[in-house]
Write a protein that binds this ligand. Structure first.
Ligand SMILES: Nc1ncnc2c1ncn2[C@@H]1O[C@H](COP(=O)(O)OP(=O)(O)OP(=O)(O)O)[C@@H](O)[C@H]1O
Ligand SMILES: [Mg+2]
Length: 233
């Protein structure tokens, strides 16, 4: 059974732009999926529909049994607890330490410090940053900051990790390291990974499922795919 299901999904913004057009996707638990395509093809829009940053104009979006389009505002937290999110820009809180940045969300959920600490240490260990827990974001490299974001996203063991261009600001070597971290989360925790990227090297090296978009439409869905934007390429 699909864990994530998009059925005839459209996103038309108020300005009339159709960012997602009649997209159908089924994703199983534990899958690793790249969403590829040129700038403005609708990658971020598609991803935003998964965590209810945007609502579909038409069609159905189901994530872990939750009908996202119909979800009331006061129930969005139920969905967000199933999903970790990583962006291109790190969005860390500058006045908080690495530890505090990762602990922040658990704190807001009302966990006790005795419950928070082992979760934060585990998450920071997974991303290889345990020794930097007292550092502040501005004392870290870009790659290290992105590791903190990944730790923050997985600290409560979400079922899905959604990444929008997580390596967009990083050089090739650092990007490879970040991909190792994301791959290990998929393999060791069984987390479903959905990652938007236009990094061809990463997609070609990882040999995961690839979904290609063009002008909001799905133009390809390949197992163990490579970076190509039409059937014949
Ligand atoms: N909030 C919005 N309101 C109106 N139009 C939007 C909004 N967000 C995105 N768009 C438009 O929707 C289209 C798809 O944008 P989207 O950000 O999903 O593309 P993308 O594939 O993520 O691009 P990139 O690779 O540059 O990140 C674009 O034409 C964009 O201008
Ligand atoms: Mg985008």
């Amino acid at each position: 059974m699909s864990f994530i299901e998009l059925k005839n999904v459209y996103k038309v913004y108020k300005n009339g732009i159709t960012a997602v057009a009649d997209v159908n996707i089924n994703i199983k638990k534990g899958d690793f999926v790249f969403i590829i395509g040129q700038t403005a093809c609708g990658k971020s829009s598609l991803i935003k529909l998964l965590y209810r940053e945007e609502r579909p104009t038409k069609g159905q979006v189901i994530v872990g049994g939750i009908n996202v389009a119909k979800l009331k505002n006061n129930r969005v937290y139920k969905l967000r607890r199933k999903i970790g999110i990583v962006f291109q820009d790190y969005k860390l809180l500058p006045k908080l330490t690495v530890y505090e940045n990762v602990a922040f969300v658990l704190d807001s959920y009302g966990y006790k410090e005795s419950e928070i600490k082992p979760k934060v240490i585990d998450a920071l260990t997974r991303v290889g940053l345990k020794e930097k827990l007292r550092s502040f974001p501005n004392e870290l490299s870009g790659g290290e900051q992105q590791r903190v974001c990944i730790a923050r996203a997985i600290v409560n063991k979400p079922k899905v990790l959604v990444c929008d261009e997580p390596t967009g600001n990083l050089d090739a070597t650092t990007s490879k390291e970040i991909m190792k971290v994301i791959d290990s989360i998929n393999k060791e925790l069984g987390t479903t990974i959905i990652m938007a990227t236009h990094d061809q090297d990463i997609v070609n090296r990882m040999k995961k499922r690839v979904i290609a978009l063009k002008d909001g439409m799905l133009i390809g869905d390949w197992e163990k795919g490579s970076y190509k934007l039409d059937e014949t390429a």
